[in-house]
Design a protein around this ligand. Sequence first.
Ligand SMILES: NC(=O)c1ccc[n+]([C@@H]2O[C@H](COP(=O)([O-])OP(=O)(O)OC[C@H]3O[C@@H](n4cnc5c(N)ncnc54)[C@H](OP(=O)(O)O)[C@@H]3O)[C@@H](O)[C@H]2O)c1
Length: 271
Amino acid sequence: MTTTAVLGAGKIGEALLSGLIHAGRNADDLLFTERSEARRVELTKRYGVASVTVAEAAARADVLVVAVKPQDIDPLLTELAPVLRAQTLIVSLCAGLPTALYESRLPEQTPVVRVMPNTPMLVGEAMSAISPGRHATSGHLNTVEEMLASVGQVVRVPESQQDAVTALSGSGPAYFFYLVEAMIDAGILLGLPRAVAGQLIIQSAVGSAKMLAESNEHPVLLREAVTSPAGTTIMAIRELERHGVRAAMLAAIEAARDRSAELGKPHTPRA
Ligand SMILES: NC(=O)c1ccc[n+]([C@@H]2O[C@H](COP(=O)([O-])OP(=O)(O)OC[C@H]3O[C@@H](n4cnc5c(N)ncnc54)[C@H](OP(=O)(O)O)[C@@H]3O)[C@@H](O)[C@H]2O)c1
């Protein structure tokens, strides 16, 4: 049985611990590190998982999941490098940090898998994209895929596509929240109470997401099914087109991709 340690159990790290436990992983096979004493006590109480130091995690775990903020990575790698055991699998959840950074700072041959998860991991509905580093085998990818499948869906992509993934599914939940917020505002504009507008839109979002996930139909067909000739929906669609909403979406996601690439640059070791 593998032992997995989460290094930095903040929002995403906790979501992973919680998901693994809900999926039936034994709390005794899990460990975590955290800087604050209060947070350590809170998480152990909530999940029955032991907190350890980074050195203890390196000594006991076969898989180390790095879930600190990208700006906190330097001191963590400095602490980890001298204590890491050969063949320990490093799984990085950190946005923008390339596998080459870990490979340049950790002992030679260290297998690294880079992951871009998203916040719906908190409710077991994450979309995670995984990419192997130079020394990660298909066995390592299988291990990571199996772990993340307990908190959502997983796809494999080449690391060169991770900036695009970050812009699409990493930031994606924010676009949906933004859209829901705007639609609730429209309900207010039309005179509905906020609570009613919220319920109407949130349940419509949940229902639409379920149809997209379960029907296997292209979104265009699902939209056409509610767009009758000279009806109400087509009037709204005309306004969306007139205001360039589709073009805005393309430009927005391209801008997010560019920013992701820019943020990763300082962490990319020179060849
Ligand atoms: N949230 C998202 O939507 C999202 C999506 C995809 C990927 N990610 C990635 O997930 C990572 C974590 O994000 P988050 O939102 O979960 O951040 P977070 O809530 O700030 O969690 C990071 C945690 O790690 C702790 N920490 C930092 N350095 C440590 C060290 N050396 N040893 C032990 N613990 C340490 C922090 O403690 P302190 O509070 O004391 O600093 C904090 O509790 C980031 O790299 C981010 O790019 C996040």
